[in-house]
Design a protein around this ligand. Structure first.
Ligand SMILES: Cc1cc2nc3c(=O)[nH]c(=O)nc-3n(C[C@H](O)[C@H](O)[C@H](O)COP(=O)(O)OP(=O)(O)OC[C@H]3O[C@@H](n4cnc5c(N)ncnc54)[C@H](O)[C@@H]3O)c2cc1C
Length: 848
């Protein structure tokens, strides 16, 4: 057994929340943090002037409404000490300290495929094993000092803004050189200029900056705002950048010049970068539209800076505004009116070397007492590259990413099972309000790990195909915008030799979240989830039973329904009458007719439900009932519901039942009926097989037989908690081995005994389709499973086998449902929901 369920690397906004979320899911967690305090960015970047450029009401956690209401920010854009206090308060409030180990750097994380565990090594020479690794090491935490010749010889001190001395630095009366004019340089420069005798700002790229209009938070505004905080957060989650921005909804190119100016002046006066970029729909995609903003900002620079030559040097011209992070400052440009500040343009006059006394450029020498590097980070990948991470077969992550990072949804990378990245490359991350993105990732990762743990998956791994497709999408979206036109750290341009790949996803926080949710809903589409049923690997996570399902269970218990396995087949069949009465009728369908299908062994009764005259295709449906009970009448309500939801003909089949007719009678009828429907009813339109429980087994087997006998072609197989294997030695059988969950192990053994009295026949793939030696070439599948169901794990196993054979699988797991819920329309709301989901999948498969 691993020492821990999860190791978290880093304790900034991401690591702190990951510890809380994973722990709340009942998992054992330990976060390792290299710093001597938590807070990440807000711990390390304690230079003067450091503050957020997203407003405090947005740049804060939303996971706890209580925290949200309790905490009060003092400023619209809080400074570093306040954000750090906030994060420490969060750790105190949620009791996170015991699970965070400070002053400990993770130096290696090595995957062991045999044990399915990560071995995590830290710089205190300790080693821990964990089932999962969550990398919360920060997109902007691997700081970068330029390799200037002679830096070692400099006699004075030099500082990087991201490793600022905690006791502070006194620049009073000193000559200071500042290298770098990005977000940080712009924040720190006015603070140094205030006290230094002289400040030389070495600028390579002039950057756009807009005012913050920072101010104290008005208590009345805060009180009123907090009454609608929840709704506001929802808007943020669905937004483009993680902050609800009121745009005009119009194109800047189409806007009359007066109106354009009015909008920009309003936004300039209100302060903030995102409202500026979000003012018009085309600012980030159309160069001419972008130029309207760029020119507006350049005009403000020329207005502010008195020396026209300096103003011109400060006017950015080399990239579209917004294609690099838009800087924010209330006093940066005005600082150049101070007599003690000099701007040095190192694009025309490059830095050649550092000498013991200062900095030499091609054309001059600047005597300095101290140097400040605001030169940024090896962004997005730097922190991970500094850890020796090895995945399957010892592959180093740095090797896999040698030509640029590749990750599925920015959250996982193929070849590195059970490793997740928070705000990794390929996710909105640095292009958003990062707290929104961090929360979304942490919650998604926690759900995924919980899912794996509660369903006995040993490994969760992104497939190379999904990763490739996502990577292509990220690039395609990026190149539909102006972002790639800038030499920014988004593309790694600030790091010599770094492959130039546009790393973040610009499709929008809301769109991205929806995609992640779809992936999870489809049973983690694009991931391979490997089942291991070895004892002792399961970490139980108790999942409650849906209240309506619980009522059904309670009703059965109160009525004293005897266990199936204690009854005769006749008694079990008769016992279905009260269930049918409880369920009641299904919805009206335009036309319902009973037909007789000529089967090889005799007539097969069936019922055709036609919800509309021109059906786009046909579903052949097999009812459940353990091959022993059930009929088209008994299943009438749920099949009607499905027919309405799918909007197509559904043919429900009355196949022969056991024990009167043992295996292979049911599957023969099922397949004969399918062949007949294909040739006599379907009229060349798409054909789908579907069924629940034992009917799911018949549907899966019919699909196998259709492949093996070259027809008919199927557009989809819909398998609702299907029986796929006769092996009852599975965790889900052990877990629900009791009457209260409708079906139990003894019941299932009883059904198998009646269907296949010859035990040898059970391993025939037409009885246990999970045993088919080859799953390739089967039709796409929609697999539905229920949590409280002995058949759960074989449903999962079947979905896995199909995926492994490259069969497209949509897997929907109903986390609180019981076996049989799909038939209980009118009683359990999820039955209708499931029918709607299956209906949508069927319509899509039929080209609707
Ligand atoms: C000056 C500055 C201002 C910013 N302002 C904003 C803003 O206004 N809005 C916004 O959205 N974003 C802003 N950002 C981005 C900011 O990084 C994120 O908002 C957020 O704080 C990131 O949190 P995180 O936990 O993902 O990473 P980080 O805060 O970077 O935390 C990662 C932690 O992991 C630790 N770590 C890394 N490697 C290891 C290892 N091998 N072993 C152990 N520990 C390790 C690091 O020490 C660090 O503490 C700003 C960034 C900077 C630098």
């Amino acid at each position: 057994m691993a020492d821990l369920d999860v190791v978290v690397v880093g304790a900034g906004f991401a690591g702190i929340y990951a510890v809380h979320a994973l722990r709340s899911a009942g998992l054992t967690v330990r976060a390792f943090e290299a710093g001597s305090g938590i807070g990440g960015t807000w711990f390390w970047n304690c230079y003067p002037g450091a503050r957020c450029d997203v407003e405090s009401k947005d740049y804060s956690y939303s996971f706890s409404p209580e925290l949200e209401q309790e905490w009060s920010w003092s400023e619209r854009y809080p400074a570093q000490p306040e954000v750090l206090r906030y994060l420490n308060h969060v750790a105190d409030r949620f009791g996170l300290w015991p699970d965070i180990q400070l002053d400990t750097r993770v130096i290696a994380a090595i995957w062991d495929g045999e044990t399915a565990e990560w071995t995590v090594r830290t710089d205190d020479r300790a080693e821990r094993t964990a089932r999962f690794c969550v990398m919360a090491a920060g997109c902007l935490s691997a700081y970068q000092v330029p390799a200037f010749r002679g830096l070692d010889s400099f006699r004075g001190p030099w500082y990087h803004t991201s490793r600022w001395p905690r006791e502070g630095v006194d620049f009073t009366g000193l000559r200071v050189g500042l290298v770098g004019t990005g977000s940080t340089g712009i924040q720190v420069a006015p603070e140094i200029a205030e006290v230094a005798e002289r400040l030389y700002v070495f600028q390579r790229t002039a950057n756009f900056a807009v005012p913050n209009r920072n101010a104290p938070v008005d208590p009345e505004f805060e009180r009123v705002f907090k009454t609608g905080y929840r709704e506001y957060r929802e808007q943020a989650r669905a937004s483009l950048l993680g902050v609800p921005v009121a745009g005009t909804g119009r194109s800047a190119r189409a806007e009359p010049p007066d109106e354009l100016q009015r909008t920009y002046i309003e936004r300039w006066q209100a302060g903030g970068g995102m409202p500026f970029l979000g003012a018009y729909t085309d600012v980030l995609i159309d160069r001419a539209a972008n130029d309207t903003v760029a020119e507006f900002i350049r005009e403000r620079i020329r207005e502010t800076v008195r020396d026209p030559a300096v103003a011109e040097l400060l006017c950015p011209t080399t990239y579209p505004v917004g294609a690099k992070r838009l800087c924010q400052s209330d006093d940066y440009f005005a600082m150049y009116n101070r007599p003690n500040v000099t701007l040095v343009d190192v694009r025309s006059d490059p830095i050649e070397e550092v000498t013991p006394d200062g900095l030499r450029t091609a054309d001059g020498f600047y005597a300095l007492d101290a140097i400040v590097f605001a030169t940024g980070f090896d962004a997005m990948t730097g922190a991970l590259a500094r850890i020796d991470i090895r995945g399957t077969d010892g592959l180093p992550l740095t090797e896999k990413w040698a030509a640029g990072p590749r990750a599925y949804l920015g959250v996982a990378t193929a070849g590195f099972p059970n490793m997740f990245m928070v705000t990794g490359p390929g996710s909105p991350s640095v292009l958003s309000n990062m707290v929104v993105s961090i929360e979304q990732h942490v919650e998604w990762i926690t759900d995924c790990i919980e899912h794996a743990v509660s369903h006995e998956y040993t490994c969760v791994e992104a497939t190379s195909e999904a990763e490739k497709a996502w990577g292509e999408h990220v690039i395609e979206v990026a190149y539909s915008t102006l972002f790639p036109m800038a030499d920014s750290w988004y593309v790694g341009a600030n790091i010599p030799g770094k492959p130039r790949v546009f790393a973040p996803y610009i499709g929008g926080v809301g769109t991205y979240r929806a995609r992640c949710d779809e992936v999870a809903l489809a049973g983690y589409e694009g991931f391979v989830l490997t089942v291991s049923l070895a004892e002792g690997r399961r970490l139980a996570v108790s999942v409650s039973v849906n209240p309506q399902a619980q009522e059904v269970l309670d009703g059965r218990a109160a009525a004293g329904v005897p266990p199936t396995w204690e009854q005769t087949p006749e008694e079990v069949r008769a016992g279905f009458a009260p269930v049918k009465a409880m369920i009641g009728p299904g919805p009206a369908v335009a036309s319902v007719r009973d037909i007789i299908i000529p089967g090889k062994a005799g007539e097969i009764p069936a019922r055709v439900y036609s919800p509309a005259p021109d059906s786009p295709g046909t579903v052949v449906y097999y009812h459940g009932g353990g091959w022993v009970l059930g009929s088209v009448d008994d299943w009438d309500a749920c099949v009607r519901t499905l027919a309405v939801a799918a909007g197509c003909d559904v043919v429900s089949i009355d196949y022969r039942l056991a024990p009167e007719h043992v295996f292979p009678a049911a599957t023969d009828d099922a397949y004969d009926a399918l062949v007949w429907v294909a040739s006599s009813l379907a009229g060349g339109r798409p054909l789908v097989v579907a069924g629940d429980s034992a009917g799911g087994n018949l549907a899966a087997v019919s699909a196998l037989r259709a492949r093996d006998s070259s027809g008919p072609a199927l557009a989809l197989q819909v398998l609702i908690y299907p029986v796929t294997d006769h092996d009852l030695d599975r965790e889900s059988y052990r877990q629900y081995d009791g009457r209260e969950f409708i079906l139990n192990k003894a019941d299932m053994a009883w059904f198998w005994d009646h269907y296949t009295p010859d035990p040898a026949a059970r391993s025939n793939p037409y009885a246990s389709p999970l045993r088919a030696s080859d799953m390739s070439g089967l039709p796409p599948a929609f697999v539905l499973t229920a949590e409280h169901d002995p058949l759960r794990d074989e449903g999962y196993a079947f979905a896995d086998r199909l995926r492994a054979a490259r069969v497209p699988v949509e897997h929907r797991h109903y986390g609180s449902q019981i076996h049989g819920f799909f038939t209980m329309v009118n009683v359990i709301d999820d039955a209708d929901k499931a029918a709607a989901e299956l209906g949508a999948a069927i319509r899509a498969a039929m080209g609707g």
